[in-house]
Design a protein around this ligand. Structure first.
Ligand code: AMP
Ligand code: FE
Ligand code: FE
Ligand code: ZN
Length: 279
């Protein structure tokens, strides 16, 4: 009997807010006997080259990225898959997005300052290493300074989407993010839809050109995933899934491989990508 093939299509490395190197992700994926993975760092594709090298012929690596876009006065995450990573306008977009991240962190730092908490950009940069700056790095600085006891507490009290120091990153709109991913030959998937407040907003993303829904995710189990599966079928969307593993530190065991999709869904995704490239 042929063994089933599975893929984890949502993984982070230290090129954004994860802790693993791309090689470590590939090593773990191989140990877990995954057939394919996608590294989907926030606003960065810097991990791809290393992942491809580490993988060789042993495991398939699908180019991926996670973009943040403005939506209904808040933010939505979009996954791009199968784009040409050397596409100049896409590279330039990612560069701009990383600068916007730095800008936003500074604005959040000003809000913290107003509350008597002083953090320098250097401290956040040090916490991020080579990664695209994000709130988790700032959260770590707050933990190290003893302002809060945990990253979770930092998000709850200060940094989370509904907390007092929240600032939106995004001037990038959903249609523009989709356009840029398409222009680079990729397809766009709405990440962890449970994060967006209203299900009725999903069709709006579809109208903007989003072709897929991340139905399976570590924070969308059982009936919730089933609800999104139905929505995906209703709108004729590609179905994807992944663990959204950020490495060590959030929970005890890294999430990689805990949410996988059958390889047939990767085939569907690759067919859609090929159709994009053929046009
Ligand atoms: P940013 O990219 O700067 O908007 O930060 C968003 C990232 O922060 C997400 O991708 C998660 O990795 C992380 N995050 C969001 N909410 C929480 C939370 N409550 N606790 C820990 N990490 C979180
Ligand atoms: Fe993240
Ligand atoms: Fe996300
Ligand atoms: Zn993610």
């Amino acid at each position: 009997m042929p063994s089933e093939k599975y893929a984890d299509l949502h993984l982070h490395t230290f090129y954004s807010d994860g802790t693993f190197s791309p090689s470590e992700v590939v090593r773990r994926a191989r140990t877990l006997r995954l057939s394919a993975v996608s590294i989907t760092d926030h606003d960065s594709v810097e991990g791809l080259e290393e992942a491809l090298q580490a993988a060789g012929d042993s495991i398939e690596i699908l180019p991926g990225v996670e973009l943040t876009a403005a939506f209904h006065g808040r933010e939505v995450h979009l996954l791009g898959y199968g784009f040409q990573i050397k596409n100049p306008s896409f590279s330039s977009l990612l560069g701009q997005r990383r600068l916007a991240r730095e800008d936003r962190i500074q604005k959040i730092m000003e809000r913290l300052h107003d509350r008597g908490i002083d953090v320098s950009l250097e401290e956040v940069r040090r916490a991020a290493g080579q990664g695209a700056l994000g709130r988790p790095h700032l959260a770590h600085v707050l933990v190290n300074k003893g302002v809060v006891r945990s990253v979770d507490e930092a998000f709850q009290r200060y940094l989370g989407d509904h907390a007092p120091c929240f600032i939106k990153t995004a001037t990038l709109t959903v249609p523009e993010a989709v356009r840029q991913i398409h222009h680079a030959g990729g397809v766009t998937v709405l990440a962890h839809p449970f994060h967006i407040v209203e299900d009725s907003w999903i069709p709006e993303c579809v109208e903007a050109g989003v072709e897929g829904l991340e139905v399976y995710h570590s924070e969308q189990q059982g009936a919730v995933a089933e609800k999104y599966r139905r929505i995906a079928v209703k709108h004729n969307l590609l179905i994807t899934g992944g663990s959204d593993c950020h490495g060590l530190g959030r929970g005890k065991k890294p999430l990689i491989g805990t949410v996988c999709v059958p390889y047939a869904l990767v085939e569907d995704l690759k067919t859609a990508i090929r159709e994009k490239t053929d046009v």
